[in-house]
Design a binder for this molecule. Sequence first.
Ligand code: DC
Length: 226
Amino acid sequence: MRTNGMLIAIDGTAGTGKSSVGKAVAAKLGYGFLSTGEMYRALAYKVFEKHIEPEDHDAVLEAARQLRFTFARQPDAALKMYVDGEYLGDKLRLEEVGNVASRVSTNGEARRVLTDKMRAVGEDGGIVMEGRDVGTVVFPDAEIKFYLDASAEERAKRRVNQLKEAGQHADYGQILKMIEERDWRDSHRAVSPLKPADDAVVIDTSNLNLQQVTDAVLEKIQHYAS
Ligand code: DC
């Protein structure tokens, strides 16, 4: 066991509730919660801000090297992320930032730079880490690994509801197309493609609500720990 407890990996496609489930599980266990996608989104944000082409390999790598992350544990278990001393908050949640994140995340060398930063945060355990390759690449030795999936249609529906609740415009057809494109890119990239680790517990969340997924995850963890 690590100094502060287990390293729990939750990977899967976008919009499967990984973050909400991960946060709920971490709070229950008294662990920290880190979304590694936020780190790719931070890189995307900087790339966008600096007018770098997401496919410009060397410039994206340099931007990744320059990123300085610091984290502050929140009462709800989440690790609040500061990028070069600044909290970027909702700016990272924009669809455009997500799309650039998916493009810069095909850069293998930039991935290695971010992966090292993730390892530094998680190596002592006591953390739930959510992403795409936490169980396969970042921490292949994670104590327990989950892979959440759901149909693209169900995920698009959930995203539309989220946006509507936030008072934003949402077009189902456009969102479905973006989800399908992002899935394709995430699972076909040469480096660390999105796929379940061989030893991951796979959960299809299409017909489950958040509480049911959280309960299923906690049950497996208790089983592992006993
Ligand atoms: O989970 P998210 O939507 O915030 O992630 C944004 C993008 O970052 C996603 O399209 C793929 C990339 N990503 C990745 O390649 N590896 C991770 N561990 C996490 C995210």
